[in-house]
Write a protein that binds this ligand. Structure first.
Ligand SMILES: CC1=C(/C=C/C(C)=C/C=C/C(C)=C/C=C/C=C(C)/C=C/C=O)C(C)(C)CCC1
Ligand SMILES: [Fe+2]
Length: 613
């Protein structure tokens, strides 16, 4: 453990002893590879789990004077008098059925019944922090919203948005934005009217937490608290089979070519089918192939024709590039990329494709098996920053699986690729791949900025790390190096940049416009919506004081010929605790409609569009 890691750890977990004995870990890893070679030999498995337990166990098992809960940062538990509907008996939230949703009148507000109220949610539980970072207070709601402005008559369908919306269980508050239990929000747009709703996803992790009033699966930063050392060994053992990893599908939602709607996270078991109308959890999306592995990219590339994703291989550092046809649950391997820079693959939260190629990024922010096993969070959670391991971009032919380029690139940190396309010379020969991403100036500290305590404690200081549109050029002529530069001056979008979308008709093709969240400084989180013109290198920005808008999602007008002919949908959490759905014109970027929710919504991550048939 480096000095800075140690200092960080000590500042956050002052009572923690350091159990990390490097030599022990090395032995453990030998067992780990043996274990993988001998296909679950119980003896090695047990030995491995016990040895790992010694190196990763939480301080609470050795230090009787401290418990992890005691070490959490203090959070105030004041009432929020005018923000949450559960505290306002005079407003009654009626749980509308699909039948009464058709009524043009606004919903009547009633307090949720005890069954609808979320675990640990009581009238006094809510905090004085921004509604974007406040747990949703009830399981579900649906009703019609009153629209100010004009919804284009062609916009018929449902926008779905997924994200972590519930960040506590009982009295225990989670640490990180990405830990929250999934909340799906819908906006059904129908002939100028807007019917909205939200619902919690009934993952095993969420159901178990509600039942037992504690975290039962490993989340992004949270780990179930083991009662004693033996229970901890057992929990570690189940990690290797994936049993203790979460299925909390809180990261995104996609519509497959066959119409199924699937919520996703980075664990494969966290692929959960929902009903896009009622938002009910239909069941697990079970992959019927035998590719195995526990994790995948949270952002598959999904079109009406296919589902392409990456399966990181943590044992033999690399990635499987796989493809699934609509109507099936079977992924087939297109090819494999071996990592060039390290003994562990780089984190692939997302990746881009072009018409003929899949681009596999190898970021120096790498998965870390030790960190996956640890009971307490490290500065970079399940990851480690290895600048000396370098950064690479690999390009695989979609049809043959052959790698056509593998180049070293400048160090980078990205979670979200925006798009990619093939650069052609005047004779139409493909000379390079251009791949754009939201790039955090090769600084992984954004991950720690997204801790809830940081998000909830904004005091006017400008603490959001800078980001830019990073444009990679990956030559296909055999050169060993690729380039990475800002696609436009980051000041155009306030040097904040993430949560992007494009016109899906331009996926993998040359494109001009992207929509994203940018920044108006000072801020601690992206607080604007920005339309980027990558040709003119200019941005148009939307901002409302104190508001936190979610990913601007572009829906193209059917039959449009211009790339930006369509609308941009976002959901805004306001500083007064309220919230609304927002529609901007994709071309002028001006507001065309907004519709207030009867309650403020927590921040959400990614969305998809389900057109009305
Ligand atoms: C990494 C593993 C896991 C969990 C991963 C999760 C839940 C990752 C979620 C990542 C997200 C939502 C990234 C979004 C980034 C947004 C940014 C940087 C916004 C910046 C704004 O300025 C587990 C599933 C827990 C276990 C395996 C490993
Ligand atoms: Fe994402």
């Amino acid at each position: 453990m480096s000095r800075s890691e140690k200092e960080f750890h000590q500042s956050r977990f002052p009572y923690t002893n350091f159990h990390l004995h490097k030599s022990f870990l090395n032995i453990s890893y030998k067992y780990a590879s043996l274990f993988s070679l001998t296909k679950l030999k119980p003896f090695y498995f047990l030995l491995f789990s016990i040895s790992m337990a010694f190196t990763t166990m939480p301080s609470s098992l050795t230090n009787s004077t401290s418990s992890p809960t005691m070490l959490l940062p203090p959070i105030s538990h004041h009432n929020n008098p005018n923000k949450l509907i559960v505290n306002k008996p005079q407003r009654k939230l009626l749980h509308l059925t699909v039948a009464n949703v058709a009524s043009p009148s606004l919903p009547i507000i009633t307090p949720p019944t005890p069954e609808e109220q979320l675990p640990g949610t009581t009238a006094g539980r809510h905090h004085h922090h921004h509604v974007a970072w406040t747990s949703i207070s009830q399981e579900s709601w649906e009703g019609e919203l009153q629209v100010e402005g004009h919804i284009p008559p062609w916009l018929n369908g449902t926008y779905l948005r997924n994200g972590p919306g519930m960040w506590h269980i009982g009295d225990y508050d989670f640490r990180h934005l990405f830990d929250g239990y999934a909340t799906v929000v819908k906006l059904r747009l129908q002939e100028g009217r807007l019917f909205a709703g939200h619902r919690q996803i009934e993952s095993e992790a969420y159901r178990a937490a509600k039942k037992n009033q504690k975290i039962c699966y490993r989340e992004f930063s949270e780990v179930p608290k083991a009662a004693n050392f033996l229970a901890y060994v057992g929990e570690l053992a189940s990690l290797f089979s994936g049993a203790s990893l979460t299925d909390n599908a809180n990261t995104g939602v996609v519509k497959l070519g066959d119409g199924r709607v699937v919520c996703l996270t980075e664990t494969q078991k966290g692929s959960i089918v929902i009903d896009p109308e009622t938002l009910e959890t239909v069941g697990k999306f079970e992959y019927s192939d035998s590719l195995g592995g526990l994790i995948h990219s949270a952002h598959p590339v999904v079109t009406d024709k296919e589902f392409v994703t990456l399966l990181p291989d943590l044992v033999r550092a690399g990635y499987l590039v796989v493809r699934m046809e609509p109507g099936t649950n079977e992924r087939r391997v297109i090819g494999r990329v071996n990592c060039r820079g390290g003994s562990s693959p780089g984190w692939v939260h997302s990746f881009p494709v072009t018409e003929h190629y899949v681009v596999v990024p190898e970021m120096p922010l790498r998965y870390c098996a030790q960190n996956l096993l640890k009971a307490e969070p490290t500065p970079l959670y399940k990851f480690e920053w290895h600048p000396q391991s370098k950064a690479f971009m690999h390009v695989m032919c979609k049809t043959s699986g052959n790698i056509v380029a593998s180049v070293e690139v400048p160090l980078f940190v990205t979670f979200h690729f925006i798009n990619a396309y093939e650069e052609e010379d005047e004779d139409g020969r493909v000379t390079a791949i251009i791949a754009d991403c939201c790039e955090h100036n090769s600084d992984p500290t954004i991950l720690d900025r997204l801790r809830l305590q940081n998000l909830r404690s904004f005091n006017g200081e400008d603490v959001l790390p800078d980001a830019r549109v990073g444009r990679f050029r990956i030559p296909l002529d055999g050169s060993p190096y690729g380039e990475l530069d800002a696609a436009l001056d980051p000041n155009e979008h306030g040097k904040g940049m993430d949560m992007c979308s494009i016109n899906p008709n331009h996926l993998g093709k040359k494109y001009r416009y992207a929509y994203a969240c940018g920044a108006q400084r000072p801020c601690n989180f992206p607080n604007t919506l920005t339309k980027l013109d990558l040709e003119l290198k200019k941005a148009t920005n939307w901002h409302e004081e104190g508001a936190v808008p979610s990913e601007p999602f572009f829906v193209a007008r059917p039959g449009a010929t211009e790339e930006d002919d369509g609308v941009v949908i976002s959901i805004v959490s306001e500083k007064n605790g309220e919230g609304y759905a927002l529609l901007l014109d994709g071309s002028t970027f001006e507001e065309i409609a907004r519709a207030k929710f009867p309650y403020g919504l927590p921040y959400g991550l990614h969305g998809c569009w389900v057109p009305k048939e």
